[in-house]
Design a protein around this ligand. Structure first.
Ligand SMILES: Nc1nc2c(ncn2[C@@H]2O[C@H](COP(=O)(O)OP(=O)(O)O)[C@@H](O)[C@H]2O)c(=O)[nH]1
Ligand SMILES: [Mg+2]
Length: 327
């Protein structure tokens, strides 16, 4: 594969080249990894940046429907939109969360949209790197907005929020007055909560849910990266195209404020550091898990059990013998 040529094609917004490059960054092969790194380095020189929007919500809440309506609204405004998924569970469930392309039929045919279903990968470390690099590829290909979707399964929200500028949480109207068991940690990373399905019979329930969450958000600790009134809860109907342009206005205002006040830049810098630490951690962990290392470690563990070596000393010996390197 000619990496320079692939890079040129991506920069000229060639969708097939973009798709191929994403396949390349998803590959686990060492030679592919080297090519992917070379490609990303080439593209990074162009410093193209998109607005990255993370989107989370439990299955059935309307993520696919929302992405279709919201994405089409953006492309109608002349913006180019890429959609990616972070789905660490896809290997288990055997299908991607964007597999229901029927719900995004119109968007997937739109020449100004690019939709990439999630690959099946088992470990979150791999998923995180792949997603991060796919976002960078979409930015290089000149997309204005990159939507990154995830289902609400544990750590995947963290992955998504660490590659997004803005984080949206999609909720459905609740039956009673309970706060749907949304974990506090998720609430704390949300910039905007969208209560979807605010239409027909569900409208009044949506309105109550929205008020409940507005109240709950006000009780959270004030974050320095928020202007007055944020984070906030809004009502939308993805199905009936209601409230989407208001939501977009709010997101743009938030983004503009953060850029103006240096929070946007600071956040991206912190994210780069976060991923540096993560890469390092993953590299060390994968070395610890190699067969060779496990042999050494098991041997030392036996010596620790018999009292021959102290646990602290054994750990030091293990690290020294492994001569841990990254790469
Ligand atoms: N009434 C109503 N139903 C919706 C809305 N958005 C999605 N749905 C329905 O909710 C179901 C799940 O939607 P889907 O987009 O597949 O949810 P996902 O699993 O989060 O991707 C489908 O039957 C949709 O038609 C909405 O705004 N209003
Ligand atoms: Mg879906």
């Amino acid at each position: 594969m000619d990496i320079a040529e692939l890079s040129t094609k991506i920069l000229s917004s060639d969708r097939r080249a973009l798709a191929r490059a994403i396949t390349l960054v998803e590959s686990g092969r060492a030679d592919h990894r080297a090519q992917a790194t070379e490609l990303l380095d080439l593209l990074a020189q162009h410093k193209r940046q998109a607005l990255r929007i993370g989107l989370s919500g439990t299955p059935g809440v309307g993520k696919s429907t929302f992405i279709e309506s919201f994405g089409l609204m953006l492309t109608e405004q002349g913006l180019r939109v890429a959609v990616l998924a972070v789905d660490p569970s896809s290997a288990r469930s055997g299908g991607s969360i964007l597999g229901d392309k029927t719900r995004m039929e119109r968007l997937s045919r739109d020449p100004n949209a690019f939709i990439r279903p999630s690959p099946s990968q088992t470990n979150l470390g791999g998923v995180a790197r792949r997603s991060r690099e796919a976002v960078a590829l979409c930015e290089a290909a000149g997309y204005d907005v990159v939507l990154i979707e995830t289902v609400g399964v544990g750590q995947s929200e963290t992955v998504v929020s660490e590659i997004s500028d803005l984080f949206l949480l999609l909720l459905a109207p609740a039956g009673g007055d309970e706060l749907q068991g949304v974990k506090r940690g998720i609430m704390e990373i949300a910039d905007v909560i969208l209560v979807n399905k605010a239409d027909g019979e569900l409208k009044s329930a949506a309105s109550r849910t929205c008020a409940d969450y507005s109240g709950a958000l006000r009780l959270l600790r004030k974050r320095p990266q928020d202007p007055a009134g944020f984070p906030k809860a809004l009502m939308v109907s993805a199905l009936e195209d209601q409230g989407l342009s208001i939501a977009w206005d709010e997101l743009q205002q938030l983004d503009a404020w953060r850029r103006e006040h240096g929070h946007w830049q600071q956040r991206r810098a912190e994210q780069a550091q976060y991923w540096f630490h993560e890469e390092l951690r993953q590299a060390v962990l994968s070395q610890l898990n190699s067969a060779e290392a496990q042999g050494e470690i098991n041997q030392l563990a036996q010596q620790v059990a018999s009292g021959e070596v102290s646990s602290v000393k054994a750990a030091g010996l293990a690290l020294a013998r492994l001569n841990i390197t990254t790469g």
